[in-house]
Design a protein. Sequence first.
Lengths: 115, 115
Amino acid sequence: AQSVAQPEDQVNVAEGNPLTVKCTYSVSGNPYLFWYVQYPNRGLQFLLKYITGDNLVKGSYGFEAEFNKSQTSFHLKKPSALVSDSALYFCAVRDGNNAGNMLTFGGGTRLMVKP
Amino acid sequence: NAGVMQNPRHLVRRRGQEARLRCSPMKGHSHVYWYRQLPEEGLKFMVYLQKENIIDESGMPKERFSAEFPKEGPSILRIQQVVRGDSAAYFCASSLAGQGSYEQYFGPGTRLTVT
């Protein structure tokens, strides 16, 4: 079975400061990892993914994430937060060895960026 | 290039009625996924379909829920004899292919309210 944990229900950060949203995962095969963002009353928007290669992945809107195999983590980061980054963020994993392509999502982390 | 489309965006049903949710994938995508999201929770996988085939329905409740993706037309998630516990946001996603590293693109969701 595969699982994702997002240990923080909410992260508060001041505009202009760096932000980190944490994610750890568990999967039996090769992890394919994804970050999505959800704005109120909207669907999820894809931010970035890690499949293979460089551990630091760059995505949309200045976000990046670092894959750490030994810590089974895939934390989302941004050097300088914007108020417009305030939203709900979801980490997801699927087993790259499993052709079924089922994504498992974490419970979400609400990011609040204050002016 | 239109994204994933879902309709209706909001649906109100009385207990015992049927709910039909529609999803049109992105152009060129032939893989469709349905997820359910309860308030302030992550997305839970329900079913994965290709045209005329159910690939994985491990997340579907055994009774009252069914899904299809016909050769022509949108994918349909059907909930018979709805109960209050079915109230949730239902999201559809599509991907270019079902295997490999392809990310899923999400629609805006259908918010079902059972009264």
